[in-house]
Design a binder for this molecule. Structure first.
Ligand SMILES: NC(=O)c1ccc[n+]([C@@H]2O[C@H](COP(=O)([O-])OP(=O)(O)OC[C@H]3O[C@@H](n4cnc5c(N)ncnc54)[C@H](O)[C@@H]3O)[C@@H](O)[C@H]2O)c1
Length: 357
């Protein structure tokens, strides 16, 4: 068995800077970065100097991908589909940042293509691997909350106008608003842990930022087990990222996962609970994180590299999961566009997200 996964990275912007810090931390094992790609020469030459690797401006250049086992795609959201498809067709494993694609149908297409070519198509929903979220998932699967009453997510983050003044953030074709850009992690977790979801009612608005899509959204969610969910999300919180939290109310107990990246257990109270159990759970399942990215890309990347070295092609989060989460996102947008409840199995999609310039 080879020791290292040979990686090519496409997109050397902000999230790449985050990856770079994590690579430097030495907590990620069994990889070798062999080639880099970005349209921006300054970013490319800078990264090439730091990593002492080859740099290309065009990902279609065979020299970029001829020696790699895995391509990591960190470009702007609206480009993911095209780039993923190119590498899957070349039978190269793919790990792509969220959102995998701008519409559910394109994620489904990538899922089927990866199956056909027998390669990996993974999506970076890294928050699923936060210790706090892993605990919630395990606890829900074991039924320790009893009957679920309500599940809420609240994302109150601060993005100033400068963030939207590039050529893609907040644009319908390339990004979307707070729902598809920032909140998508929380929507993925809400659906994955507590779903299936039957229907949603959502309203969006622009409060402080100028962008095509929304900076603020509120929604009600109805789950198939009869429980309800609430969503509040904004990038117009000032002057700091206040929280990204998940609250669960059940017949046997209540929990709140908070922090700026759902990284801390804030409340863990059950009717039947040992003395000091809450304190212990908080201590063992909370993390300090530097920013809203959290730290779970470390866990995620280590898992992906291990799988590739074992020649396994099912990633920790696959394109089918991205498809289901994208249906949830589109249903919220469609509800906001029509001022009506939208059923997730209706096939209704946003008329704007991924389409309108
Ligand atoms: N998982 C997370 O928590 C998380 C956090 C932030 C961003 N993201 C995602 O990461 C992606 C990138 O975000 P960012 O903030 O780094 O954006 P960014 O604008 O800072 O960087 C994107 C880079 O991609 C390059 N690029 C665009 N098209 C290209 C192409 N065809 N070929 C080569 N390079 C190309 C750009 O030149 C730019 O350097 C987005 O999809 C975003 O949603 C994920």
């Amino acid at each position: 068995m080879k020791n290292n996964v040979r990686i090519g990275i496409v997109g050397l912007g902000r999230v790449f800077e985050h990856y770079l810090k994590l690579f430097k931390s030495k907590k990620i094992k069994n990889y070798q970065i062999v080639s880099l790609c970005d349209l921006d020469l300054k970013k490319g030459n800078n990264a090439k100097k730091i990593l002492k690797t080859k740099y290309y401006t065009n990902y279609k250049d065979p020299n970029f991908y001829k020696e790699i086992d895995l391509v990591i795609i960190l470009t702007i959201s609206g480009t993911h589909y095209k780039i993923c498809k190119f590498f899957l067709n070349k039978k190269i494993n793919v790990l792509c940042e969220k959102p995998l694609t701008m519409t559910p149908e394109k994620s489904l297409e990538l899922y089927k293509l990866a199956k056909k070519k027998n390669v990996m198509c993974g999506v970076a929903f890294q928050n699923r691997f936060n210790p706090s979220i892993e605990l919630v998932k395990k606890s829900i699967d074991k039924g320790i909350f009893g009957k679920i009453v309500n599940v809420s997510v609240s994302l109150l983050w601060c993005r100033y106008q400068k963030y939207y003044n590039d050529n893609w953030h907040g644009r319908w074709k390339k990004d979307g608003g707070v729902l598809n850009q920032q909140l998508i992690h929380h929507l993925d977790i809400m659906r994955w842990i507590f779903g299936p979801i039957v229907r949603v009612s959502c309203t969006t608005t622009k409060r402080l930022n100028k962008l095509e899509a929304e900076d603020t959204a509120s929604a009600i969610v109805e789950f198939s087990n009869g429980s309800l969910g609430n969503i509040e999300a904004t990038t117009a919180a000032r002057p700091i990222d206040l929280q990204a939290s998940l609250s669960i109310t059940g017949e046997k107990g209540t929990a709140v996962v908070g922090g700026i990246a759902m990284n801390q257990i804030k409340i863990w109270k059950f009717i039947k609970q040992k003395k000091n159990e809450e304190a212990k759970v908080k201590r063992l399942n909370s993390q300090k994180v530097p920013n809203g990215y959290g730290l779970s890309h470390i866990t995620y990347l280590n898992k992906v590299f291990k799988l590739i070295l074992k020649k396994k092609v099912t990633p920790p989060v696959d394109a089918f999961q991205a498809y289901l989460t994208s249906i949830f996102v589109h249903s919220l947008y469609r509800s906001s566009e029509t001022s009506k409840w939208v059923k997730l199995n209706s096939g209704l999609r946003s008329k704007k997200l991924g389409f309108k310039n």
